[in-house]
Design a binder for this molecule. Structure first.
Ligand SMILES: CC(C)(COP(=O)(O)OP(=O)(O)OC[C@H]1O[C@@H](n2cnc3c(N)ncnc32)[C@H](O)[C@@H]1OP(=O)(O)O)[C@@H](O)C(=O)NCCC(=O)NCCS
Length: 68
């Protein structure tokens, strides 16, 4: 997921991820997981706000997952 610089911090990323979650749920997906660089505080914040849980952290990467 990438939001162009001029449009960041306006809620676009959160809305985009919310929609991805809704589509995944409707399609019968049961788990979404992602790997996020530890320094990517914006993406960690957005994923945490939408209920993703952080599971492991190795080599500067945080693994997050959401059970649907
Ligand atoms: C990650 C990304 C998609 C977020 O998109 P966005 O439209 O800016 O996201 P939102 O505006 O919905 O939310 C950003 C949140 O991060 C918060 N934030 C910004 N900088 C932060 C920091 N340094 N530490 C913690 N939170 C931070 C903002 O305050 C905002 O939260 P709030 O609404 O509670 O104030 C965007 O930054 C991006 O495209 N980054 C480059 C690509 C990328 O890293 N993709 C993810 C790869 S895993």
């Amino acid at each position: 997921m990438l939001v162009a610089d001029p449009y960041q911090k306006r809620g676009v990323g959160t809305e985009f991820l919310k929609n991805m979650i809704a589509v995944a749920r409707a399609e019968g997906v049961t788990t979404i997981w992602a790997e996020i660089r530890q320094e990517n505080k914006e993406m960690l914040h957005v994923s945490e706000r939408l209920g993703f849980r952080q599971t492991t952290c190795t080599d500067g990467t945080v693994r997050v997952h959401l059970e649907l």
